[in-house]
Design a protein around this ligand. Structure first.
Ligand SMILES: *Cc1c(COP(=O)(O)O)cnc(C)c1O
Length: 380
């Protein structure tokens, strides 16, 4: 797009091709898996990631991330692992932060050794650790900020500057922040990935993923993506496009609610540690303020007294569930869900304690959510 448009406008309009037959104002669903291959320039096919609905969504997410181009995948991990395996091969080394999303941690620690890829896990809050871990064969630095579930903040600008100095590709998982709050490409990151199952889908009913980067890097990722085959079908792409039209409104409300809840939890005697980057005493607060201009996000974690499962059982409005980023507030125990496969020792290193609960704040009225938590804390 030639003129620079705001995120609100991009979320509604970017990537849509319209309905040239009936003049409807909404982008149609193009379900075809077979296309004429003569005279079209490139052959369209779902696993080539180039059918109309796939391109619409990819372009909308790329516009929201200030990236040149993008690819839409069938899951977040499809986007993440395809991106990692694009830039890593046998004999290479990667530096990753240690408090990764559990699914990514499992994938990396199981799959990398099988393919002869070395890796080092470092403390994401200390950029120097990334530089210290670099070896002659280091090809990728991978970060995730805010992290899951303790919302640690990695200094994106500092890490990408280190990577650039050494000619290393940087990949970020931007799921928790969403493209509304944080745009890592502006801060020097090469490849932005998302679990679109979360804020991009936003209604707890879609599984998808995305990668956004320069045209050149997307071309490289595409060269692996169409081999690995994690493409998304037209109907789901259309739903993702529809979801994205309200992402800015949803995430703004989630930011506002989470900030209010975090402040309330912090002041409550019955609550232990509260993790939210919007709180002034969060160790990454100043960096978060600088690199998350849209807001601090809708995710927060806190420690309850006693049995966290009994606390969650008493909640009436907030639902216990795996996953996050929906319009409805959901809560889970990280020990039982995303970090279940880690050893107690590995969890202790990243502050994932047994009484920690992770809250994904929805778009409900914040005071209703506070009342729900209050009554669940009171009864014992
Ligand atoms: C859910 C999630 C993923 C994985 O995404 P899927 O869509 O489940 O494959 C990766 N990173 C983060 C931060 C997530 O929350």
């Amino acid at each position: 797009m030639a003129i620079s448009l705001s995120k609100l406008t991009q979320s509604v309009h970017a990537g849509s091709v319209g309905d040239s037959v009936h003049k409807g104002i909404v982008n149609p669903i193009f379900p075809a898996s077979a296309y004429d291959y003569e005279g079209t320039g490139e052959t369209q096919y779902p696993r080539y990631f180039n059918t109309p609905n796939q391109r619409t969504v990819a372009q909308k997410i790329a516009a929201l991330e200030n990236g040149e181009d993008g690819l839409i995948f069938s899951s977040g991990l499809a986007a993440i692992m395809t991106s990692l395996f694009t830039f890593l091969k046998q004999g290479d080394h990667a530096v990753l932060q240690n408090d990764l999303y559990g699914g990514t941690f499992n994938a990396v620690t199981v799959e990398f050794p099988r393919y002869g890829i070395e890796y080092t896990l470092v403390d994401g809050t200390n950029p120097q650790e990334f530089e210290n871990a670099i070896k002659p064969n280091t090809k990728v630095i991978y970060i995730e900020t805010p992290s899951n579930p303790t919302l640690t903040i990695t200094d994106i600008k500092a890490v990408s500057a280190i990577a650039k100095k050494h000619g290393i590709i940087t990949i970020i998982d931007n799921t928790f922040a969403s493209p509304v709050n944080q745009n890592p490409i502006d801060l020097g990151i090469d490849v932005v990935t998302h679990s679109g199952t979360k804020y991009i889908g936003g209604h707890s009913d879609i599984c998808c993923g995305a990668a956004v980067a320069s045209k050149e890097h997307i071309k490289q990722i595409w060269n692996s993506a169409f081999h690995f085959g994690g493409s998304l079908d037209a109907h789901t792409c259309w739903l993702v496009e529809r979801s994205l039209k309200t992402i800015v409104l949803r995430v703004r409300q989630q930011n506002e609610n989470a900030l209010k809840l975090a402040g309330w939890l912090k002041a409550n005697q019955k609550v232990g540690r509260v993790y939210y980057p919007g709180l002034p005493d969060h160790p990454g607060h100043e960096i978060a303020k600088a690199q998350m201009p849209g807001g601090f996000g809708g995710m927060l974690s806190f420690e309850v007294q006693g049995d966290p499962h009994a606390f969650m059982d008493r909640l009436k409005l907030i639902k216990r569930a795996l996953s996050l980023g929906g319009v409805e507030s959901t809560i889970c125990s990280s020990v039982r869900t995303s970090h279940a496969k880690m050893t107690a020792e590995e969890r202790a290193k990243i502050n994932v304690t047994d009484n920690l609960v992770r809250l994904s704040v929805g778009i409900e009225e914040a005071d209703d959510l506070i009342r729900d938590i209050e009554q669940a804390l009171v009864e014992s």
